[in-house]
Design a protein around this ligand. Structure first.
Ligand code: XUL
Ligand code: CO
Length: 438
């Protein structure tokens, strides 16, 4: 074991009256809600990258955390020390899942051959660790944005040699995810976009991306991976324009390349807000198109226009999001991954625990609120009534394709009055959400 977390006892549920900052107050993993435990509903995951690969550096200064496993070269020993620390943390926090990028876990590689070997070596060790831990893999992903070879994009790079390297990374990472029994595989198009139109053939790049994602899907079936593939939308950062801008854009992309039945989305609230949407909008758009997959829970900063990846703490926002997630049927292969990092001044081991305990407590509360909102049907019955006109008459005919524009115009003409305005009752509905946000 790493020793780094030795002073932290395993985290337990102590209930809402506990004053212990290292205990759950709301996240009671075995509590039954709507036929399943909170743990089974939320499927919480800890991410490898923000917690174990980042030492607190920002663009103005170096690391502040002093994690011992990050202090030297990223070689095999360091990768193994990181793995030890990660599983030590998972075992103490007790969440059911984790997520990783290939480059998060492996020793740094200089050549394609070394990439394959180094990754294989740590996947073996990860498998051995998982055999003695209750923490399973939620999803894996290949990091195709950090290395300089990807500065002009990954599968949308103008140079096909770079796209070959992407294929190498994704093939091995997808196969490792399958072997480690992951539930999903994520494609975040970090640099799948462009900085200036002046050097970019947009249609060619989109066609490359379409073909690349199709190859990933073909490979998934070839190896018999039963998990899901999810694209993670983000509008910009690192590139100025990203092809996976938001859920609706991803759906348009999937439709264009015939992938809408094969690929879903991994939604991140901080990406939603950067795209000018709120969290629940993205969830409900994914439900509407049948592509909802998983969530990278975090929050942005309303005053900062970038991806601050903070731990979620807004009960109302997450009650709303979980309401729409539950309305869509809840998580299946997906789950609640915290794609969130502690602030740079939160430099102690316990800060990592405070962050995750707070996030899990918040999600448990929000989930219980959301379940109550589903149960009351106050919101859903209002919406059902609002659209009731479409079940009969000209509304039903129009939706069945049995009425033309002429038919609809004639029906309107034959009524002697124009339709009366009907209240949308926004404040009444918002008050219901306030009432259930506890
Ligand atoms: C970046 C981001 C990534 C993906 C995985 O904004 O969210 O960490 O979740 O590559
Ligand atoms: Co993310």
């Amino acid at each position: 074991m790493s020793g780094y977390f030795d002073h932290i006892a395993p985290i337990r549920y102590e209930g809402p009256d506990s004053n212990n900052p290292l205990a759950f107050k709301f996240y009671d993993p075995k509590k039954m809600v709507m036929g399943k435990t909170i743990e089974e509903h939320l499927r919480v995951a800890v991410c490898y990258w923000h917690n174990f690969c980042w030492d607190g550096a920002d663009v103005f200064g170096g690391g502040t955390f002093g994690r011992p496993w990050l202090s030297g070269a990223n070689n095999h020993q360091a990768a193994e020390a990181k793995l030890d620390a990660a599983f030590d943390f998972f075992d103490r926090l007790g969440q059911p899942f984790f997520c990783f990028h290939d480059t998060d876990v492996m020793a740094e590689a200089q050549t394609p051959k070394e990439h394959v070997e180094n990754f294989a070596e740590i996947v073996d060790k990860t498998e051995a660790k998982m055999a003695n831990s209750k923490t399973k893999l939620l999803w894996g992903t290949a990091n195709m944005f950090s290395h300089p070879r990807y500065m002009a994009g990954a599968s949308t790079n103008p140079n096909p040699d770079v796209v070959e390297f992407c294929a190498l990374q994704v093939k091995h990472c997808l196969e490792a995810t399958h072997r480690l029994d992951g539930s999903g595989y994520v494609l975040w198009g970090g640099r799948e976009g462009y900085d200036t139109i002046l050097n970019t053939d947009v249609r060619h790049e989109m066609d490359q991306l379409g073909r690349f994602v199709s190859m990933v899907v073909e490979h998934k079936h070839k190896i018999g991976f039963k998990g899901d593939i999810w694209i993670e939308p983000k509008p910009h950062e690192p590139t100025k324009h990203q092809y996976d801008r938001d859920v609706a854009t991803v759906y348009g992309f999937l439709k264009t390349y015939g992938l809408e039945k094969e690929v879903g989305v991994n939604i991140e609230p901080n990406h939603a807000t950067l795209a000018g949407h709120n969290f629940e909008h993205e969830v409900e758009m994914a439900n509407a198109f049948g592509i909802f997959g998983s969530i990278d829970f975090n929050r942005g900063d309303p005053q900062n226009g970038w991806d601050t990846d903070q731990f979620p703490n807004d009960l109302r926002e997450n009650t709303m999001a979980l309401y729409y997630i539950l309305k869509g049927g809840g998580f299946k292969n997906g789950g609640a991954n915290f794609d969130a990092k502690v602030r740079r001044q939160s430099c102690d081991a316990e800060d990592l625990f405070h962050a995750h305990i707070g996030g899990m407590d918040l999600l448990a509360r929000a989930f219980i609120n959301a379940a109550e909102l589903i149960k009351t049907e106050k919101l859903s019955s209002f919406v059902d009534n609002r659209y009731a006109g479409w079940t009969s008459g000209m509304g039903a005919k129009m939706m069945a394709g049995e009425a033309s524009l002429d038919d609809m115009a004639e029906a309107a003409f034959n009524k002697d009055v124009s339709p009366a305005p009907l209240s949308g009752r926004q404040e009444y509905l918002e008050n219901i959400v306030t009432q259930y946000t506890k």
